[in-house]
Design a protein around this ligand. Structure first.
Ligand code: WTA
Length: 676
């Protein structure tokens, strides 16, 4: 079976197709102060000026050695940017700011418990802490450029400190979202070949201090079974000097960072000049198969792209306080909490906990306290805050000039609440569409240049040239109003370099579909397949409809249906598993799980719970199915393929269409009765 054949229900098929809306315009005050007000940027970044246009972004960085070749396509489609350049990301995010801004806050940390004080880390503090930890990584762990290290950390300042310490040495970090289970962490340790795991004892979520170290124990044990030995587990402490986890520390393996760090007080580590194309980090993400893939991001190209887009799209100025509420465990946090903002010397807020803890006024109190004026979040959070506290924003004295939405399509109705209530009618909104793979934004309006349109991400970013293909490879004309597969015609510096250790999969998944000639070294022959469906309006704005593959976007978290199905199959009673996305008022989508049992087993609530627990255990709570439906049999084609499309229609209470050609049409009605 090819991957394509397995795909029967796509999110796009069940996506909400809302209408085109009218434009909203930024205020003259906003336009007057914006970082980018020159409309010729679109001309400068047109295809005619490709790839040299990206020099503008590269020049936002400090290079040890300036690059000689903008774009090397000789290993197509593994593009190399700024070849010959030597650069260090940690230096660019910290050291170079010290001369003028050492006293500026780099990170405002907001702990979840309301009684705990905010922490304000200056660029000088960050410099000291990153240097000391880099010295520890180098001298205590023996890590050097090119080594991979797995991080499994919550939203605390120690996470960017760890990332920047790795970057200082050229060590490739691979941060695993803190909400993932120990088993999921193990998979990433194994795939990346990490010998060091960096974690934290505990962190706060929804009011409780959660034991996190236990996940490290599971991860190390699982990895060992697969032959990947973790020599050292470095454990940051939520309260330095105090152990907040009941687990035992394994002698000779587990070390409290705060203890070992004492030996490195005052240490300074020269940043290692890295080739522009050296990998900076891996970010695992879900795709069409069960195994998550490690997207490998470069140092020079990635940093240039996130610095440029942070400046022009996030529109961050030196005096701004910028808060992106995403988790650093996802690409949004890497690019737009850590690397992009810090590269341009911003003050970036990190919030440990849940936006609705202890109530739906929390984000607005934080904004008021820190005088945040740029805010960045996902539709899921906006929907939740709107539902629980529609009138909360008005109660607080904060003023956003700029807001971002990212990660999922946003319904115009929700967009309008965000604009009117959260933004108090004053803030501009950018709806940024992009992916883990793309490093930075692909489509968005430029805040002072292109008007907003609720429900539309906007035109391609400067230097990003989208194109929509139909199933047969024909290009849909602009304004066709028809949905198709959105691709990017040209490479760009933020794009991932490959899938870690799996170049074939990289080429097959992202470049093979519309490739004109597999031997070609010309980038024009290699459109990048995003895996999303989109419609282009007459004005060149793109409305993103959702995934065309079997990826589900749950609360902005990207999960593979195959990943969840494989987790269900771990339960011995399970014969077959099928996951379909179900529309959800707040989360956007939720997975619904259909199960057929092996002969001799019968359905029960206990068994359904066992299956659901197995998924939380294998992946994490974020993958927990809405419901486990244990069915007599799966609806199947005569050739034995599970008809996920039919299951998806049932779960979403849609018309199942003609099912008479199935091998077992009778089960369809049976399942419909059950799900009702
Ligand atoms: C979806 C998150 C609509 C899309 C940065 C994409 C969006 C997937 C938007 C990537 C948006 C992201 N409007 N859909 N503004 N932004 N998506 O890798 O389906 O976690 O392919 O990256 O999220 O999710 P990922």
């Amino acid at each position: 079976m090819t991957e394509k054949e397995i795909v029967e229900t796509s999110e796009a098929e069940i996506a909400v197709h809302w209408q085109e809306e009218d434009y909203y315009h930024p205020s003259p005050q906003f336009i007057a102060q914006a970082n980018m007000t020159d409309p010729s940027i679109y001309q400068r970044f047109s295809l005619d000026n490709f790839p040299n246009c990206f020099k503008e972004y590269a020049d936002m960085l400090d290079w040890y050695e300036y690059w000689h070749t903008m774009l090397d396509t000789s290993d197509a489609p593994c593009w190399k940017w700024f070849v010959g350049g030597k650069i260090n990301a940690s230096y660019n995010c910290i050291d170079r700011h010290l001369a003028k801004n050492k006293n500026k806050t780099a990170i405002h940390f907001v702990p979840e418990p309301i009684e705990e004080k905010y922490e304000h880390i200056t660029y000088q503090d960050l410099f000291v802490r990153v240097n000391e930890f880099a010295a520890l990584l180098r001298d205590f762990c023996g890590l050097k450029a090119g080594d991979r290290v797995t991080l499994h950390m919550p939203m605390v300042p120690e996470l960017p400190i760890t990332m920047l310490a790795c970057a200082r040495l050229g060590v490739i970090h691979s941060q695993v979202f803190g909400g993932f289970s120990g088993t999921a962490c193990a998979d990433r340790i194994i795939d990346s070949g990490s010998h060091v795991l960096i974690t934290m004892d505990a962190y706060y979520r929804s009011g409780s201090l959660i034991d996190h170290k236990k996940n490290a124990d599971v991860a190390v044990e699982h990895a060992a079974k697969a032959g990947q030995k973790v020599d050292k587990v470095l454990v940051w402490q939520r309260y330095p000097g105090k152990n907040s986890s009941p687990t035992t520390m394994v002698e000779g393996r587990d070390y409290f960072v705060n203890g070992v760090l004492k030996d490195f007080y005052g240490a300074r580590v020269e940043p290692v000049p890295m080739p522009a194309e050296a990998p900076l980090f891996l970010m695992y993400t879900s795709g069409t198969t069960g195994k998550p893939k490690g997207c490998q991001h470069s140092t020079g190209g990635y940093l240039a792209y996130v610095a440029g887009t942070s400046k022009y799209v996030q529109d961050i100025h030196p005096e701004d306080v910028y808060w992106c509420m995403a988790d650093i465990g996802w690409i949004t946090g890497h690019s737009y909490i850590v690397y992009g903002p810090l590269a341009i010397c911003a003050s970036s807020v990190i919030y440990e906990g849940v936006p609705t803890f202890p109530d739906a006024g929390r984000p607005w109190r934080i904004a008021q306290d820190l005088d945040v004026n740029i805010f960045h979040t996902a539709p899921t959070a906006i929907r939740a805050l709107r539902k629980i506290g529609p009138d909360e924003p008005a109660k607080y004295n904060y003023h956003f000039k700029h807001m971002t939405t990212v990660g999922e399509p946003i319904e115009p109705e929700v967009w309008k609440w965000y604009h009117k209530e959260v933004g108090k009618g004053e803030a501009i909104i950018v709806d940024t569409w992009w992916q883990t793979e793309t490093g930075g934004f692909l489509c968005s309006t430029l805040p002072a240049l292109t008007p907003m349109k609720p429900g539309s991400a906007g035109p391609g970013m400067p230097g990003i040239h989208p194109i929509i293909f139909d199933e047969d490879g024909n290009i849909l004309p602009q304004g066709a109003g028809k949905a198709g597969n959105i691709c990017i015609q040209n490479p760009w510096p933020g794009a991932f370099q490959t899938i870690w250790g799996d170049r074939n999969r990289f080429v097959t998944n992202y470049y093979a579909r519309y490739c004109k000639n597999p031997d070609s070294k010309d980038w024009r022959d290699w459109p990048y397949l995003t895996g999303d469906a989109a419609v282009e309006a007459k004005d060149g704005y793109y409305r993103i409809l959702g995934r065309i593959d079997d990826v589900i976007n749950v609360s902005g978290h990207r999960l593979g249906t195959k990943e969840i199905e494989s987790a269900a199959l771990v339960v011995p009673e399970v014969a077959e598993a099928a996951v379909v996305p179900v529309a959800h008022e707040i989360k956007g989508r939720e997975p619904d799980l259909y199960i057929a049992l092996k002969p001799g087993f019968s359905a029960s609530d206990a068994l359904a719970k066992k299956i659901s627990d197995a998924i939380c255990n294998e992946i994490g709570k974020i993958a927990k199915p809405r419901k486990v439906w244990i069915v007599r049999d799966m609806p199947k084609t005569r050739s034995g393929k599970i008809m996920r499309r039919v299951l998806g229609a049932i779960s979403n209470r849609k018309d199942v269409g003609d099912v008479t050609t199935l091998a077992n049409p009778d089960v369809v009605e049976e399942i419909q009765q059950m799900v009702k």
